[in-house]
Design a protein around this ligand. Structure first.
Ligand code: ADP
Length: 412
């Protein structure tokens, strides 16, 4: 018997067995039988022409028709169907044909089946991969939306908090002035309230800054400045707390610190202040903090080194994320400059946002975290060495390329 006749002979039984084993329910089975009929027609065509790619279009059609649930569960229904077709072809060949015809049929069908199995596996992997990557993409979009609405909430809440805070601050100052005239103890209590309010304002301001950075709304106001003036301001601002903590703050002069630089003085000061405040906070009493730097080609680098508890390598990136504080959360409501007294974990995220808005970068180097040996940390701030204002109006004010220090404001 010819190989085509052998296939025709087993075909009705093959169609029924495959349909019975795969399709549940009469309605489903009818539709499935029709599809299966088309598939067996194509197998017959492939057998006649010796070209297995006759099966490709129907396999592609089936692969595209796979349901969301199939894809979600990684169902390999194409491979499953082929498995059944192959198994029953062998079984029926043995049952219904002579041994020689059965062997000839199997030899003819095998290359076609192998091609179909390979094609089905490739289609299934491709669609599964596509499904997973679509899922990942939509998860990412959902996460971004969530992050945005969270940061909008933070911005709105912080602004709402600021108004009553300003009122309380004003009234507390007035009561403080009155109390100072009346009663020493009362004055101290009011002073405590005042400190609490100031700290709360710092936190609210940090929240607003973080949401501005998150939403790319941080606007820099480029002005001429000298770094050594910022460092001197830092020293003046931290004199009290450095004295209380018996720290030494050493400011080393370096070439770049005396050169004129265009940056946002307030924001840069805020960024450096966060780093020095952390150096003070995470260094046990009696430690040393050094501000140093150097000129690199096109950049100026500032380093802030402390003799503090250090940072483990695995945390050296995490700390620049918002709310990236480490250690005991219960410490995080205490004073900003007390030893290990944390803040809300926004300082370094703000510092990073400010420095990156200047097209610079910030990173930390530390041998690790050890509260006994105190290996210390060095924070690096790399800033482009802008010697021209980026604002064209400012550029006009200073003349093309001629920055006369005599014309510049004194404060920075
Ligand atoms: P926080 O408000 O907690 O200080 P920051 O964003 O300023 O938030 O810092 C994040 C975390 O990084 C801190 O909780 C601390 O664990 C770690 N850290 C920052 N600066 C230093 C430093 N100089 N030495 C050791 N750890 C530091």
């Amino acid at each position: 018997m010819s190989i085509q006749d052998s296939l025709e002979k087993i075909r009705p039984a093959l169609q029924t067995r495959v349909a019975n084993s795969l399709a549940r329910g009469a309605g489903v089975r009818e539709n499935f039988q029709e599809q299966l009929g088309r598939f067996l027609d194509l197998i017959a065509q492939a057998l006649v022409s010796g070209d297995a790619s006759w099966l490709d279009p129907i396999l592609e059609e089936w692969s595209n028709a796979r349901t969301q649930t199939d894809l979600q569960q990684g169902e390999r229904n194409l491979s499953g169907l082929l498995h059944q077709v192959i198994t029953y072809s062998l079984e029926l060949g043995r049952e219904m044909l002579s041994e020689a015809d059965a062997l000839e049929l199997v030899a003819g069908l095998m290359p076609i089946y192998l091609h179909a199995v390979e094609k089905a596996a490739a289609l299934e992997n491709e669609s599964r991969l596509q499904y997973v990557s679509n899922e990942l993409q939509s998860a990412q979009i959902r996460l971004k939306k969530l992050d945005k609405s969270k940061s909008n909430f933070v911005a709105v809440a912080a602004h709402e908090l600021k108004t009553p805070l300003t009122l309380i601050e004003g009234y507390a100052a007035m009561i403080g002035d009155l109390a100072a005239q009346e009663n020493e103890q009362m004055h101290m209590l009011i002073q405590g309230t005042h400190n609490g309010i100031r700290r709360m304002r710092e936190i609210v301001d940090d929240m607003i800054d973080v949401s501005q950075i998150d939403n790319h709304l941080l606007v820099l106001n480029f002005q001429p400045l000298w770094l050594n003036r910022l460092f001197n301001m830092l020293q003046a601002d931290f004199t009290n707390i450095i004295g209380q903590r018996r720290h030494t703050l050493e400011i080393r002069p370096f070439a770049g610190s005396e050169e004129l630089l265009f940056a946002d003085p307030e924001r840069l000061y805020q960024a450096l202040k966060n780093l020095v405040s952390n150096a003070i906070k995470y260094t046990p009493d009696g430690g040393k903090i050094i501000i140093d730097g150097r000129i690199l080609s096109g950049f100026v680098e500032v380093t802030i080194t402390d003799t503090g508890i250090g940072i483990a390598p695995e945390n050296q990136e995490v700390i620049f994320e918002k709310f990236g504080q480490l250690g005991d959360v219960s410490l995080h409501s205490s004073g900003k400059t007390k030893f290990k007294g944390g803040g809300p974990g926004l300082g370094l995220a703000i510092t990073k946002g400010i420095i990156e808005a200047h097209q610079g970068s910030v990173w930390v180097e530390s041998e690790g975290y050890d509260e006994v040996k105190c290996p210390g940390s060095t924070f690096h701030v790399l800033l482009p060495q802008r010697t021209q204002p980026s604002d064209p109006n400012l550029a006009k004010l200073f003349g093309a390329g001629e920055n006369s220090p005599a014309q510049l404001p004194d404060d920075f």
